[in-house]
Design a protein around this ligand. Sequence first.
Ligand code: 2HG
Ligand code: ZN
Length: 457
Amino acid sequence: MDRAALARIVGADHVVVDPERRAAATVDWTGRVRGATPALVRPGSTAEVSAVLAHCHAEGLAVVPQGGNTGLVAGAVPQHGELVLDLRRLDHLGPVDPLARQVTVGAGVTLAALHAHAAAHGLRYAVDFGARDEATVGGSVATNAGGVHVLRWGTTRRQLAGIEAVLADGRVVSHLAGLDKDNTGYDLAGLLCGSEGTLAVVTAARVRLVPDEPEVAVGLVGVSSVADAVVVVAHLRELVPGLSAAELVLADGLDLVCRTFDRRPPLSAAWPAVVLVEARGREPQAEVLADALDAMAVGETAVAVEPARRAELWSYREDHTLAINTLGPPHKLDVTLPLPALAEFAAAVPDVVREVAPDAEVWLFGHLGDGNLHVNVTGVASDDEVVDDVVLRLVAARGGSISAEHGIGSLKRRWLHLSRSDVEIDAFRAIKQALDPRSVLNPNVLLPTAPGRPAPA
Ligand code: 2HG
Ligand code: ZN
């Protein structure tokens, strides 16, 4: 690494070699994966990203782009001594266009900052998830992040109206006009979204906003089984037009959250499964939710309208991730199942795990409306991949996807073939080769190691 050359581009203060700051950028959020880097380079503009990449390309220096480092598949951890390209200084918030309901923002803007910016104009950015205070727009575009509102508004890709990105050799592609009809060739925004930093570095995104509906209600629904939870959500989708979230937690996870954060259980009984539902609209939603739930034989419900109480109900679901991390670095298996197979999978997975890891504990929760379960496993060594293997194979055998919303990163690349055919993976390689022939951009994520080619040391 030529530190002086990088300092000439971004300024000496923004080539960070301080051991503590490097340590924070070289471990994933869970603490499961640790790497190393010679430096964090922190560009302050697209032009600086371009110059840094042109330099790295010329020198054959591999780069790992990083935003809030909240990813859960170690896609932003330099595990082979790559340079970290920290994009958080690209935090420009463009003017909101109220006619098109769009805004252009820098890659380093956090989701929380984008939410606040949109709210000031009576609008909302539809993608939201627990890591909102640190996760960046660039990272969420690079991973096509999902979150809690996918069942109504879709994943990040659906919000994208344009993109600005820097190619591996430093050239900039910018297509930010946000025209709804623009049928002029390949959809680069769609391609780069979900490419996990392997094809280009996202520097800005033009995103769609939705009206910020004033009436919101959140409910918890206790039910007797995961199978019942699936049926409840299917009915709610029919009966509640404004349904904006349908999440699942189980009794043991809820109990863990209550014990970890010293909270009272939200319902009077310990129901085997609890569904969290949210509805948003112009008309009051509590009654719509209550009527729909009355029409079904559910065990117990708690509905909240007042913002603090709504947040409290959400915290029982969102704090699963934090509570599980107190037990040691978990294995995180974010998967989708076809809805008819979901309950049987949820019942089978603990036994399948215990067969190969008798001391392991399995925690299941997730975005039920999307068929997306977060299978978390604790009590297993960080580098032991046997559990990951049996769970991902079970998912594939049930017709599911090995990554619902977190991406492939470095942790799942060896199982990509369970969800993608050889021909698809060949096409992925051809795209990678065309856009990044020197393999400078995040070379150790997403694509499996090529046959006959060992992983880099
Ligand atoms: C969530 O839905 C996130 O809360 C994190 O996707 C999931 O911790 C996890 O496994
Ligand atoms: Zn999730």
